[in-house]
Design a protein around this ligand. Structure first.
Ligand code: EPU
Length: 415
């Protein structure tokens, strides 16, 4: 199994280009299921999760070609099942549920089960489909859903759910009548998906607000569309500049998706400036501690919580980091402590007391964003950090070591 070896202490300098957003590419590729024909999607990142969604779509009968530009032919969808093997490796596989019921009248999708960051149920996806008239049964660990045609209705999500909103928004495009999604997720990935669906002929308004209205149509048509830049990858590189005292230009990103992070990094003493095609992140002074609370967009993203915690471990002062989205997203804490970090967890908050320097150590990745946090810690630490279980990072960052090396990081992957 691969490992990533980092010799810390190098200031990062230079330009890095951001890839397409994993969490937008996944639902957008799935949206091709809503209509027969060939859809073309640009700016698809080269990630393990993208390979998994391709496998799942092929398993349903789709033909797929290409990497950064992907052509998906959904003429012959002949299977409505998302098997356990694929759903357990990637929870986002549950996104096929809504589109399959909407186009094929039926779907059988494995229940994902818990994961390293929390229980993550899909009860809200299921309840919404039932509200739209689907018959849903839970059998042998699978959700089995049927509906001759879904019916538009008003759906209220008890919790703002990103993939829940995406799943039901896709299903509602082909429903009879109008669907209102209340307390809908407002993430930029939801807006990107809504734009793609509208180019397919859907009638969606309000994406990006907490009420989305979808007027059902009888059919959609194939589309050519692009995926937005990955705000979490961009945010991770801004923090990389901060933790190494560097100066990095992050190109091809959309800073308007990162307001919460940018304002926090400025409070922490970094200079974040808008430049042509992205942002420049500079850390000239010692980082100051800031408090963080994760919230649904436009709040501070849970997907950057582990990374900002790495930064706070070497800041001056005490930072309180509160995780409100997932109940178990502090798995990186014990690994950061192996590198000398001073962190105390109390309920869903972590008290991080900044120390002058982290020390390199052997650490283990437990999930995707935790691995990014440990790489950031390794970049700042004295000595060598050896990160194992790096397959987690390959799910969501395109060869991260290949993007960090040209910035001056001493980082390599070994088998
Ligand atoms: N929830 C329920 N019931 C549901 C759905 C969600 O209780 O039916 C709860 C979850 O357990 C969680 C909260 O609602 O406590 C929010 O979860 P959400 O459904 O929004 O998460 P998700 O859609 O499964 C997406 C991203 C995650 C990201 C979260 C939060 C994708 C493919 N995944 O997950 O990304 O952390 O939104 O922003 O879009 C990552 O990229 O590392 C990642 C985990």
């Amino acid at each position: 199994m691969d490992k990533i070896i980092i010799v810390g202490g190098k200031k990062l300098h230079g330009d890095v280009r951001i890839s397409g957003a994993k969490n937008a590419a996944l639902p957008i590729m799935v949206s091709a299921l809503l209509t027969p024909g060939v859809s073309t999607f640009h700016n698809i990142p080269d990630l393990v999760d993208i390979k998994t969604i391709k496998k799942l779509l092929r398993n349903l009968g789709a033909k797929i070609e290409g990497d950064s530009t992907v052509k998906i032919n959904t003429e012959n969808i002949n299977n409505c099942e998302a098997p356990y093997e694929l759903v357990k490796t990637m929870r986002a596989s549950v996104l096929v549920l809504g589109p399959l019921v909407a186009r094929m009248g039926a779907a059988r999708v494995s229940l994902p089960g818990g994961c390293a960051i929390g229980a993550r149920p899909v009860n809200l996806h299921i309840k919404a489909l039932q509200d739209m008239g689907a018959e849903v049964e839970l059998k042998d660990g699978y959700v089995e859903a049927k509906a001759a045609r879904l019916k538009g209705t008003t759906i209220y999500f008890d919790i703002s759910t990103v993939t829940g909103t995406e799943n039901i928004m896709m299903a509602a495009c082909l429903a009879e009548g109008t669907t209102f999604l209340q307390n809908a997720a407002k993430e930029p990935e939801v807006v990107n998906l809504a734009d793609v669906l509208n180019s397919m002929g859907a009638k969606i308004t309000g994406a990006g607000t907490d009420i989305i209205t979808i007027d059902g149509v009888d059919q959609l048509h194939p589309v050519e569309a692009s995926v937005i830049p990955d705000r979490i990858e961009a945010g991770t590189f801004m923090i990389a500049a901060g933790i190494t005292g560097g100066d990095v230009r992050i190109l091809g990103c959309d800073p308007s998706h990162l307001d919460a992070l940018i304002l926090k990094l400025r409070d922490a003493g970094m200079e974040i400036t808008m430049i042509d095609g992205g942002v420049r992140a500079v850390a000239r002074k010692k980082i100051k501690s800031v408090d963080i609370k994760t919230l649904p967009y436009p709040g501070f993203p849970t997907d950057l919580q582990a990374q900002i915690m790495a930064l706070m471990t070497v800041a001056s002062g005490l930072s309180v980091i509160t995780e409100t989205i997932f109940e178990n997203r502090f798995m990186h804490v014990s690994e950061l402590m192996r590198m000398g970090a001073d962190i105390l967890i109390h309920g869903n908050s972590a008290m991080v007391k900044g120390i002058p320097k982290l020390k390199g150590a052997q650490v283990m990745a437990t999930d995707l964003r935790a691995s990014a946090s440990l790489i950031l810690a390794g970049l700042a630490a004295e000595g060598t950090t050896e990160l194992s279980r790096v397959y987690h990072i390959d799910r969501g960052y395109e060869r991260i070591e290949k993007k960090l090396s040209p910035l001056g990081a001493d980082i390599k992957r070994v088998s």
